[in-house]
Design a protein around this ligand. Sequence first.
Ligand code: HEC
Length: 260
Amino acid sequence: MKLFRKLLTSSVLVTSLVAATVVSINGAMAAGGGAELEHFTPVRTDKALQRGAKVFVNYCMGCHTADYHRYSHFARDAGLSDEAVVNNLIFTTDSEGETNKIGSLMASNMSKEYGKEAFGAVPPNLALTARSRGVDWLYTYMKSFYLDESRPLGANNVVYPNVGMPHVLADLQGWQQLEHKTDDEGHEINVLRPLTAGTLSPEEYDDTITDLVSFLDYLGDPNREARHSLGIKVMLFLFLFLIVAIMLKKEYWKDIPHNH
Ligand code: HEC
């Protein structure tokens, strides 16, 4: 019994140590780039996914691909009919120039070679970026473009300095300007100030980025909801089974005298 207790205590200790290390490594990785990240919680509703997908196909898929996904799966997951997706969300074409079908992969038409030549870097596949960078990073990144005439495409980003991507949502957000300030403790901090207005108000722009990053989060883990609800059911089953097992054990041993 003593040995068992010792084993139990040490395994609990090891598990918590491992958990603490994983959490701190995650935190350190997410903070990369030196800029403060805003905290973001993705919204997993049909409407948010539909709006996010609309921004994605209109403003991102010209350069970025998400070809681990099919339009048909997205239709099912966002509560849309195939027809609605074909009419409103499919603008990409196949190698023969035919508009993609509902079963096609969400692939961009831009070639890697062109991307490298035009932007100095190939626009990466965004299907898993919500997992590699984290949603806080993505949300802050999409709000951190600023005017910088010294860059080839006139834009820079506080979260991803000297990024090759232009500010593709400048029409919506307007332009921001970078200012250096010193805080109360004398540290230099970067502040973004609005320079020109876009077609959206700051609140509307935040809502648009919320939908967009929620969509990117969906791309990174489309089945999260199903997995979580299955997990809860499995735990519930195991718990009920434990009660049955305890009752059964009592039943088996009840006629056997103790301490003999
Ligand atoms: C005109 C082409 C173009 C468009 C349109 C575009 N991007 Fe990009 N994007 C790029 C390029 C090029 C890079 C790579 C930049 C680099 O590595 O310097 C990039 C990088 C990124 C990254 C960084 C990924 C990583 O892990 O390093 C994210 C996130 C991103 N884009 C999101 C978006 C989103 C969201 C949209 C739509 C709102 C979008 N992009 C539209 C060209 C584009």
